[in-house]
Design a protein around this ligand. Structure first.
Ligand code: ADP
Ligand code: F6P
Length: 321
């Protein structure tokens, strides 16, 4: 099939580097002589025909910007047959014969549904959580971790000055990848994440032990999927007698200028997606394996399971006494 017009959208939570991915898709497709339509607010734009013509210059000056110029949204309507058929009709009306969908697992489910109705879609992993199984890296992950570490470095200054414990919650939805890596990078005494069983009394013991060897202040890193961070801080304070403060970093982790890694990977993945579509290949998710860009069937990708890096967890544990 000769793909002449492709659409591109961002869906689910925004992630730094999505703009770099959009830019790469638009430029790669334009270079091949394809027409590109930027679809606004995720699948909503496809359902309601909210889109804009894009060319090489439409994506000038965005590689460095966080967020997404195409806006993003969660679109409940697209979970149902009626919504998908409306989107397919829009694609027929405007001539879209291939789509690039930048988002997470939910967005890929939508992309699979649309591919099955005859509009070939290629998914690009865009989420700060790095929780997509078929890829070792997702666009936005590096920036989010760097933001988290920058924030915790500031918290450490005040924890150190007051001999306190700073209990910091980072994002990640049900995954602890941000917590584990940011936790190591900011010297956390303990890292709590959904993939590892934990006992709050182990934290208390570790804090008391290290206190005996002269440690005065503590960083405890908590992945949001764990539970109530304020309650954890209160428990630690009640058992150790060390003043503890909870900080929830929140959406600050989703914003900001993308790092070099996010810009480069987004550019590579966007280019790769256009290559696939230009060959008429759809129903694929682009990922990274052993630092190489690869692609998978969407259903196969969605059936994969991601685990945390146990060796890295052990490193984190051993060097935080
Ligand atoms: P993410 O893509 O980051 O995982 P969501 O899970 O919120 O984010 O999904 C983003 C959007 O993808 C949803 O708002 C919806 O439009 C679409 N979507 C999610 N799940 C499905 C599904 N099972 N079938 C079709 N579309 C879906
Ligand atoms: O998936 C990205 C993410 O920021 C998660 O880390 C977090 O759980 C969720 O989205 C927050 O969603 P919302 O922006 O709807 O509050």
């Amino acid at each position: 099939m000769d793909v002449k017009t492709i659409g591109v959208l961002t869906s689910g939570g925004d992630a730094p580097g999505m703009n770099a991915a959009v830019r790469s898709v638009v430029r790669s497709a334009s270079k091949k002589g394809m027409r590109v339509l930027g679809v606004r607010r995720g699948y909503n734009g496809l359902i309601h025909g909210d889109m804009v013509e894009m060319d090489m210059r439409s994506v000038s000056d965005i590689i460095q910007r966080g967020g997404t110029i195409l806006y993003t949204a969660r679109c409940p309507e697209f979970r149902y047959e009626e919504g998908i058929l409306k989107a397919k009709k829009t694609c027929e009306e405007v001539g879209i014969d291939g789509m690039v969908v930048i988002g997470g697992d939910g967005s890929f489910r939508g992309a699979a549904d649309l591919s099955a109705r005859g509009v070939p879609c290629v998914g690009l992993p865009g989420t700060i959580d790095n929780d997509i199984a078929c890829t070792e890296y997702t666009i936005g992950y590096d920036t989010a971790m760097n933001t988290a570490v920058e924030m915790v470095d500031k918290l450490r200054d005040t924890a150190q000055s007051h001999d306190r414990c700073s209990v910091v919650e980072v994002m990640g939805r049900h995954a602890g990848h941000i917590a584990l890596n940011a936790g190591i990078a900011c010297g956390a005494t303990y890292i709590l994440m959904p993939e590892k069983k934990y006992d709050l009394d182990d934290i208390v013991e570790k804090m008391k032990l290290t206190q005996m060897s002269g440690k005065h202040h503590f960083i405890i890193m908590v992945a949001e999927g764990i539970g109530n961070t304020t309650e954890i801080a209160n428990y630690i304070e009640s058992k150790t007698g060390i003043e503890s403060r909870a900080t929830i970093l929140g959406h600050v982790q989703r914003g900001g200028n993308p790092t070099v890694r996010d810009r480069v990977v987004a550019s590579q993945m966007g280019h790769y997606a256009v290559e696939l579509l230009s060959k008429g290949i759809g129903n694929r998710v682009v990922g990274m394996q052993n630092s190489k860009i690869v692609d998978f069937d969407i259903q196969e990708a969605l059936s994969m399971k991601k685990t945390i890096d146990e060796d890295l967890y052990q490193v984190a544990y051993d060097i935080s006494f």
